[in-house]
Design a protein. Structure first.
Length: 541
């Protein structure tokens, strides 16, 4: 029995399990574990204070609900607001501060900037122009898609990036004379979109929520102010090298498209047609591009040039100032489009491919209808700006709550000493080589992300890794940064990351095909992230 047969059997077995049964089990299991940890005399945790036991119990409850998705993961992230004040861990005011952390406003500004880019269609023009440069060779088509997706994923949410790139990839696939005959290319192209969207999140501080949680905890635990430019020095080489390694793996081993004829696509007509439909670059696109470039430049140069000149200005203030500016600059466009992706699609019902294509083909009509409705029901007269409120409200607000919940949980680990206690249980690592410890932490970060969100994984592991480092007399950032980065490398399961789920919903990729490509890639990523972070993190921090 080969691995393909085994994976297919597992896939069928998993599909037979009722989703309702899983959520019902989670509904009761989470609170049940919470009660056991707090009230039963367990010798293993007798030395913990009652506050630390509460945080441990809350962690187990939240982990169960995050895994089973009994309620939306964003709702689970609100539990600390109820549990911690009620059981005297921290006051409601202290707990709620985590949900208004400066790093959350950095993400808020980044989301609003991305929405302005989407509304102006600047992202489409950028994507189609890059694709038009790379020719029709399958290897270079995959490289072009990965490069564009990676660059967009560095600034937009990985979900929104995958949603944007999927219809473009499907348009290229539609040119194939025989999809079945070129199935290797199809699988390679779609999986490459998913993987590069996730890797793109590693590149910048606003790329993915675990980066934000790391930056906040680095400040509160180690007193390290992680600037946008500082993270870029770490994320850019790691993201770039990862992108090349994944591309090389996909074309040579993951889908083996190196043996496909170079004329598989035929010509660039589809890309040129899409570019033609966009017309000449509009005034709105130019203005949004200027704001985007100025914002990125301010983020990059703050830590390098003017941090000491204007110490009161931080990356979050720059993000919010840019967002406000977008609400002030007049727009010449007569229509607005707003698209949003939920940051985490795990557990959601995936659409049939025909539904996806129908929705894609009707987006233009829906946008026009939405604009008419917005004109009739506008809450203000600002719809003629580069960014209007009707577009702004479609950002993934749940992600901001998820980050806040992760910070509340992580700070609970620190304030109650729970993180130190868990680090003590890992004391056997104390005599290990530094790179071995990083290898263990990276492995612990990558594998759980196949089942739970990378944000939840980061929230659970970052405070533990910080406490472990402190107990060994090491700068906590040296352990935390590899963990934060590693949580973006989940490539096996459709539920592993939102981009995985999005490309899986296209109908061209089975769970077996995704697992066959993803299992070796996960292990390659463990080694790659371990080596890169071991070298680069000490140099940057």
């Amino acid at each position: 029995m080969g691995i393909s047969t085994i994976i297919n059997i597992v896939e069928v077995s998993v599909n037979m399990i009722s989703r309702n049964l899983i959520t019902r089990i989670g509904l009761f299991l989470g609170p049940f574990l919470f009660i056991i940890v707090i009230f039963l005399p367990l010798p293993q945790i007798d030395e913990l204070s009652i506050e630390a036991r509460v945080v441990l119990a809350a962690t187990l409850w939240m982990a169960v609900w995050w895994i089973t998705e009994t309620v939306p993961i964003y709702v689970t992230a609100l539990l600390p607001l109820i549990i911690f004040p009620s059981l005297h861990v921290t006051s409601f005011t202290e707990t709620s501060f985590n949900y208004a952390d400066p790093i959350i406003f950095l993400f808020l500004g980044g989301f609003l900037l991305a929405k302005a880019v989407e509304k102006s269609n600047l992202h489409k023009r950028f994507a189609f122009n890059i694709l038009n440069l790379f020719g029709t060779n399958p290897k270079y088509i995959v490289a072009a898609f990965m490069l564009v997706t990676w660059l967009l994923g560095a600034w937009m949410s990985n979900t929104a990036t995958a949603i944007l790139m999927l219809p473009i990839a499907l348009a290229v696939i539609s040119l194939l004379d025989n999809v079945e005959r070129h199935s290797k290319f199809v699988v390679c192209l779609l999986l490459s979109v998913a993987y590069s969207a996730s890797i793109g999140g590693v590149t910048t501080l606003i790329g993915t929520p675990p980066n934000a949680i790391f930056a906040s905890l680095a400040n509160s635990i180690a007193g390290v102010d992680v600037t946008f430019s500082q993270w870029l020095l770490l994320g850019l080489p790691i993201g770039g090298i990862s992108l090349f390694v994944v591309w090389l793996y996909m074309i040579r081993f993951g889908s083996k498209i190196t043996d496909i004829n170079s004329d598989v696509i035929g010509d660039k007509n589809v890309i040129r047609k899409k570019l033609g439909e966009l017309g000449h670059i509009s005034r709105d696109e130019k203005l949004v591009a200027i704001v985007f470039i100025l914002t990125a430049a301010a983020w990059i140069t703050r830590g390098l040039i003017w941090k000491d000149i204007l110490p009161v200005v931080d990356d979050s203030m720059i993000a919010i100032a840019s967002a406000i500016l977008l609400f002030l600059i007049p727009s010449t466009s007569s229509s607005s489009s707003s698209s949003s992706g939920k940051e985490n699609l795990k557990g959601s019902k995936l659409e049939h491919p025909s539904n996806i294509m129908n929705r894609m083909s009707s987006n233009g009509n829906q946008d026009n209808d939405n604009h008419k409705n917005n004109k009739n029901n506008a809450i203000s007269n600002t719809s003629s700006r580069l960014l209007d409120w009707n577009t702004a409200v479609t950002i993934p607000w749940g992600v901001l709550i998820l980050i806040g919940g992760g910070l509340a949980l992580a700070n609970g680990f620190t304030s109650t000493g729970l993180g130190d206690w868990i680090a003590g249980q890992l004391s056997f690592l104390g005599g290990a080589n530094y790179i071995i410890i990083i290898l263990v932490l990276v492995t612990l970060a990558i594998l759980p992300t196949e089942m739970i969100s990378n944000t939840a994984t980061a929230a659970l592991l970052l405070p533990i890794s910080a406490s472990l480092a402190t107990s060994m007399g090491i700068n906590p950032v040296l352990f935390m940064a590899p963990v934060a980065i590693a949580t973006s490398y989940g490539f096996i399961m459709p539920v592993g990351t939102p981009p995985n789920a999005i490309v899986y919903s296209s109908g061209y990729i089975s769970m077996a095909k995704m697992a066959r490509a993803g299992i070796p890639l996960d292990f390659i990523s463990i080694v790659m992230v371990t080596i890169l972070t071991t070298i680069l993190v000490p140099l940057v921090f």
